[in-house]
Design a protein around this ligand. Structure first.
Ligand code: GLN
Length: 578
């Protein structure tokens, strides 16, 4: 039986080629990975994550194996407890880590599944160090940033270095931030301790443009390089973000003042789409400069067909469909980063553009949803936490079900679809989720969605209690689901066994299964022990699917997730019928 575990199994997509060659690492002279550290200066949000991901893709295009890693200076142990408004989406890995959204970029560009150990925060480092101290591991010693914290960071950096040709480590924040100092110091030591030529530093900066004088200014770049130098680090490559073309003489000046070769000063201009980044960075000479800095000559020739195909699909799309995203964090697109990308990939699979229409679910708690939803080609209700906006999501699910509009409910979006059907089809007028009855003893709802307290992971049982700590206690990471033969989803996946990533605390109660199924809401995907519902679908509807997991986390531009590809196909078809 074909098992859908991720992108590499979607062989039916003819333009999905797999350039990850397991033998490659040996071929290119393992066992020790070469390290590329990526830092930023001048301002934040320069696109370090994207530059790292694009470089990873370019090294793969030259036949190398890569792993990407993010080092975040904040003191949270992981971003799992941060508000999406604060930090954007939380990206979940197969092995259940709640990580920064940059790891989503890494996976979307390289297809390499991130691991727990690819996301490291100061909080995690300090928490490990303090745990060791309490255990007595350092008995007799005074615990200090150098060497104890820096050693802990270096131990993390080394994990898996015998597995790949290149390890790309991005440091969050900008050089000079107080929180980042232990990471920079650890990198300094790490580079120094490795054999010469085994590690390089790539630094991203900004060249601001002064309209009055019509000039690009290099001084902030010079200052940020000085800042690096003052802590013992020297960049090998400078990536300079600029809204204007960088004249040759400015590149020369940067090279001279920053002690970097001129051909290692790489211009990075704004792009129409993030997926242009690998080709744009290649044209700018980034991968060549990196191989050069490692002394790899002659550099293996790149095969860029994957990215040329991606760009061809993006730039030669016909028509457009409008997908309404009815959620609660709609003011910040980054909160739904992977969903937006998943829809884009779905559009690419159908050679169509997908326009996301952001709708704040709370509006429907005051107003009739019809004027907002009428005319949309599909409706998506994404994941979320807490009660705010949920009555609006329920109305959106009802609209989609009654008006035969394609509906994709993700996690909370699935739970809301079940509550809607329980209320309006089964007749449980006060159906709701235990998540919303937060006040002790409050019983405002009949809980068709309940607090999950026990489940099976691999071959052990996980248990939770009300009042457990919030961080890392959800049902997280990849779990298998069995799909009903002949169901809509089994057809879409082309398989009856799938593996998808989860992040939830609540679950639809199977007590109501028979009544819901009698009304047409079918449970077509279940956990292997048959206890936890994973997928619901409406039987007599062109496309109505709710999933307890997050398919968006596994979608790639070169291998769109089947659910997103088929959801957009349904939207295109529906649009054609009108
Ligand atoms: N809040 C819901 C739960 O914990 C849904 C979570 C989500 O959408 N990721 O089950």
């Amino acid at each position: 039986m074909l098992r859908w575990v991720g992108v590499w199994d979607i062989s039916q997509i003819p333009w999905c080629c797999d350039s990850t060659d397991p033998e490659s690492h040996q071929k290119h002279g393992g066992p020790m990975a070469r390290y590329i550290f990526i830092t930023g200066g001048v301002v934040s949000s320069l696109g370090k994550g994207l530059a790292s991901a694009a470089l990873g893709a370019l090294l793969q295009a030259r036949g190398y194996t890569v792993r990407l890693r993010k080092l975040d200076p904040y003191l949270n142990v992981d971003p799992g407890t941060m508000s999406p408004f604060e930090h954007g989406e939380v990206f979940v890995t197969d092995d259940g880590a709640e990580t920064d959204l940059d790891l989503g970029h890494y996976e979307r560009f390289t297809g390499v599944s991130a691991r727990q150990t690819d996301s490291i925060s100061s909080g995690r480092i300090y928490s490990n160090v303090l745990e060791k101290e309490r255990r007595g591991d350092y008995l007799g010693k005074t615990i200090q940033v150098i060497p104890h914290v820096t050693n802990e960071i270096k131990d993390f950096l080394r994990i898996g270095d015998a597995e790949v040709d290149f390890m790309l480590c991005e440091i969050g924040g900008t050089v000079g931030d107080i929180e980042g100092l232990p990471f920079f110091e650890a990198i300094r030591q790490f580079i120094h301790e490795r054999p010469r030529g085994q590690s390089i530093l790539m630094h991203l900066t900004l060249l601001p443009y002064l309209r009055a004088s019509g000039e690009l200014k290099t001084k902030p770049t010079q200052h940020s390089v000085k800042e690096l130098q003052s802590i013992g680090l020297a960049p090998d490559i400078l990536v300079c973000r600029s809204e204007h073309p960088i004249p040759d003489k400015e590149r020369e000046k940067i090279a001279l003042f920053c002690n970097v070769r001129k051909d290692h000063v790489i211009p990075a201009y704004d792009l129409k789409t993030i997926y242009e980044a690998p080709l744009a960075y290649h044209r700018a000479g980034l991968d060549q400069a990196v191989l050069d800095a490692f002394g790899i000559t002659p550099a293996p020739k790149p095969n860029l067909t994957r990215w040329e195909d991606v760009m061809d699909r993006l730039t030669h799309a016909e028509g457009e469909v409008r997908v309404g995203i009815v959620g609660k964090y709609t003011q910040l697109e980054d909160a739904y980063k992977s969903i937006v990308e998943g829809l884009t990939h779905g559009g690419m699979a159908n050679r169509t553009r997908v326009k996301a229409e952001w709708i704040d679910a709370e509006i429907f708690e005051r107003e009739d949803p019809t004027p907002y939803l009428d005319g949309l080609d599909a409706i998506l209700v994404p994941g979320g936490f807490g009660e705010r906006g949920t009555e609006g999501m329920i109305k959106a699910a009802q609209f989609a079900r009654e008006k035969s509009v394609p509906y994709l409910g993700i996690c909370l979006g699935m739970q809301m679809a079940v509550i809607e059907a329980s209320r309006n089809l089964v007749g449980l007028k006060d159906a709701g989720s235990e998540e919303f009855d937060v006040e002790a003893g409050a019983k405002r709802f009949t809980p068709v969605v309940y607090h999950l307290k026990e489940w099976v992971q691999g071959n052990h049982t996980v248990q939770r209690k009300v009042g457990d700590a919030k961080g890392g206690t959800m049902r997280l990471g990849a779990y298998t689901a069995n799909l009903t033969e002949g169901s809509h989803v089994a057809g879409i996946y082309g398989s009856t066994v799938i593996e998808e990533r989860h992040r939830h605390r609540y679950e639809v109660d199977m007590k109501y299964r028979a009544r819901l199924e009698a009304c047409g809401l079918v449970f077509s995907g279940m956990s292997p022990d048959g206890k936890l519902p994973e997928i619901v679908e409406v039987r007599d509807h062109p496309w109505f699917i709710g999933v307890q997991f997050h398919p968006e986390l596994k979608s790639k531009p070169f291998a769109p997730h089947p659910l997103f590809a088929d959801f957009v196909r349904a939207a295109v078809e529906g649009a054609r019928l009108v």
